[in-house]
Design a protein around this ligand. Structure first.
Ligand code: MN
Length: 173
């Protein structure tokens, strides 16, 4: 594979790599659009974004290193503190230590199921109030319902657009 260790279990690396290139383009386009449509200056728009996010803590669970880095970079660029977790088996300990205000949860993980992790978070007294944004390659309506039934407050399917991703984050946090 192109990036060390990314032998994606869902075999989507190439697609995700192409997707990343597209996301970078989208990110630029979205910045330009924001600059065009905002009556305020880009600088005050950036201040507003940082005020809203205000360093809030987001735990990001994603086994694909490229996606993990992309999500964390995006969050950091929007003023959040992001904490990457690439191994689902570490989620509960890392969440207990980091005390996230939002958890972004990949559903397709090796070793553990994102669905089981959602249930575990929702069963944990200290974490149950933390909103969860599930990220999945599935697109079916049944899958979305199953994910919501497991306790996730939000749901977004791959391929992810930067705009939809940030909107979904800001809705929940
Ligand atoms: Mn995955």
């Amino acid at each position: 594979s192109f990036v060390g260790g990314v032998g994606s279990h869902d075999g989507q690396f190439i697609g995700q790599y192409i997707c990343l290139r597209r996301l970078i383009g989208l990110c630029r386009a979205s910045g330009q659009e924001a600059a065009r449509t905002q009556t305020t200056s880009p600088r005050s728009r950036k201040r507003e974004i940082l005020r809203m996010s205000n360093g809030k803590r987001v735990l990001v669970v994603e086994d694909n290193e490229l996606n993990l880095r992309l999500f964390c970079d995006l969050l950091t660029a929007h003023g959040y503190q992001s904490e990457p977790v690439s191994d689902g088996r570490d989620v509960m300990a890392r969440a207990a230590a980091f005390q996230p205000e939002l958890i972004i949860m990949d559903i397709q993980l090796p070793h553990v199921s994102g669905m089981d992790l959602i249930a575990a978070v929702k069963a944990d007294a200290a974490l149950s109030a933390t909103p969860i944004l599930a990220v999945t390659a599935y697109a079916g309506r049944d899958d979305e319902q199953r994910i919501r039934d497991a306790g996730a407050e939000g749901y977004i399917s791959k391929p992810i657009s930067v705009i939809r991703f940030m909107e979904a984050v800001e809705l929940l946090i």
